[in-house]
Design a protein around this ligand. Structure first.
Ligand code: GLU
Length: 475
């Protein structure tokens, strides 16, 4: 059996889009499922879109998510000679040709074709120059590109693992550029040469490349390379089925990680975008995913990226990690400590207090702010909707008196809860007369962990001081 090898080939043009993560992950899972290799290649031949530092960021994010390359990462900008040689071979074999047309001329041709309701395409003006004419122009340093000569009147038969069989007529294809005027190859040529040279067996990528596939097949044929197997992955969509936003804040994997989303949650969720194991199972370790993954179960329909679902996975993983208290728990704590350097010593208490209420660590930070600085709030918030000011005041005064008598060693959630419950029962008050104002007094909020959990966290002195402050609001 031939060796299985896949690749992820990002262009360093910015951040890692969640859709690209899905492509990388499927390539990785397929390779590992087949006991093959997964490699990363940097496609940096588009100098206009190149962003300095983007490559390092991409590789870091992929590594943080466990998707590292099994071989040295290659960079296309360092391999220009190889593409040039391939192009020259095609020229020699009359499968490609120099084109000296200026942008203005190309523009002209396009306009005319549009006016005549023809499909815009290169008119092969430079196809039949003699060797001498070509040499003259080259020696004069005339700007040029190299175009692939699309064979006439052929049918390109394509077989895609996800989309099935497709056929395209070569009449519908343009003589596309393979080497640009800056001597850099286009994506089309470079990716074929590299996939061939690095023995890629399966190309798994986004379906935005499906329209380019006929060109690629023709290049494989022209270069006499064996084409790999192709699998194009369906688009990611917003929940309203529109194309997934390109706004960085919504789709950049590095931003999700920075917000405190967990690698395991991102991987688990993204794995299910367009693939499912055919069962109801939702929680998968990477090991499970490797075992279960198959291209046959990749869906043709667009997959919906739903942030609420990602939040659900993340919340599940936070709770799982906290419950297991293993190595990942320590790492999560360290991550939280780095996010809250001023309160690092409280990180564990915070995690335990909030883990069942949050979707990610950023939410923990936001939701726990009140513990470190009591927010401003209006006195009327202290009054529960079924209570009144007198009863609220009474409840808070009783609370203050009772809590004052508790020894700091007994200042624990469960014990405090009993104290509050007794207080309610003994004084013929309702829970809303005590628990509600206690919550608001301690947090300044109408939603928070329970008042006794907050008290345990704050300690006796701070808790009493907050209840006193609340009572002052009625003066
Ligand atoms: N550089 C292309 C991209 O970033 C890769 C396409 C491919 O995988 O062939 O989308």
């Amino acid at each position: 059996m031939p060796k299985i090898k896949t690749r992820f080939a990002p262009s360093p043009t910015g951040y890692l889009h969640i859709g690209s993560l899905r492509t990388a992950l499927f390539s990785y899972l397929f390779a590992k499922n087949q006991k093959g290799k997964f490699i990363i290649r940097i496609e940096d031949t588009d100098r206009q879109r190149f962003v300095a530092g983007a490559e390092e960021k991409l590789i870091k994010v992929l590594t943080d998510l466990g998707l590292s390359s099994d071989e040295k990462i290659i960079r296309q900008s360092e391999r220009l000679k190889i593409y040039q040689q391939a192009a020259e071979r095609l020229i020699k074999e009359k499968k490609a040709y120099y084109c000296f047309c200026s942008q203005e001329r190309l523009e002209e041709v396009r306009k005319n074709q549009e006016q005549n309701k023809q499909v815009p395409r290169y008119d092969r003006h430079c196809l039949n120059f003699s060797d001498q004419e070509i040499q003259q122009r080259l020696s004069a340093g005339k700007k040029h590109v190299i175009r692939f000569k699309v064979p006439d009147n052929q049918i390109v038969a394509i077989s895609d693992q996800v989309y099935g069989k497709i056929s395209v007529k070569t009449q519908d294809l343009d003589d596309f550029v393979i080497i640009k005027s800056d001597d850099f190859p286009t994506y089309h040529l470079a990716n074929i040469v590299d996939d061939h040279e690095t023995n890629i067996s399966h190309v798994i990528r986004g379906d935005e490349w499906l329209p380019s596939l006929p060109k690629h097949i023709l290049l494989y044929q022209a270069l006499k390379y064996q084409a790999p197997v192709f699998a194009h992955l369906p688009l990611l969509l917003n929940p309203d089925r529109s194309k997934l936003s390109k706004r960085q804040g919504d789709v950049a994997v590095e931003d999700f990680l920075a917000k405190g989303y967990l690698p395991e949650a991102l991987i688990n969720y993204v794995a299910l975008l367009g693939w499912n194991p055919g069962t109801d199972q939702e929680i998968f370790t990477v090991k499970d995913l490797i075992k279960e993954f198959s291209l046959a179960k990749v869906n043709k329909a667009g997959a919906i990226f739903d942030i609420n679902k990602l939040n659900w996975f993340n919340a599940e993983y936070i709770r799982l990690i906290v419950k297991q208290k293993g190595e990942r728990y320590r790492q999560l704590l360290e991550q939280l400590q780095r996010l809250i350097p001023n309160h690092a010593s409280s990180a564990e208490k915070l995690l335990l207090l909030f883990c069942s209420r949050i979707n990610n660590l950023q939410e923990l930070i936001e939701q726990s702010r009140f513990l470190f600085a009591l927010p401003e709030y209006k006195g009327e918030l202290l009054i529960f909707k079924k209570s009144d000011q007198d009863k609220t005041k009474l409840g808070l005064n009783l609370l203050l008196g009772t809590l004052g008598q508790i020894h700091p060693d007994h200042w624990q959630d469960a014990k405090l809860k009993l104290v509050l419950e007794n207080l309610v029962a003994k004084n013929k008050l309702s829970a809303g007369d005590v628990f509600w104002p206690a919550r608001v007094a301690l947090s300044g909020l109408d939603k928070s962990p329970s008042p006794t959990e907050i008290m345990e966290f704050l300690g006796k002195e701070e808790s009493l001081s907050r209840v006193k402050k609340a009572l002052k609001k009625f003066d």
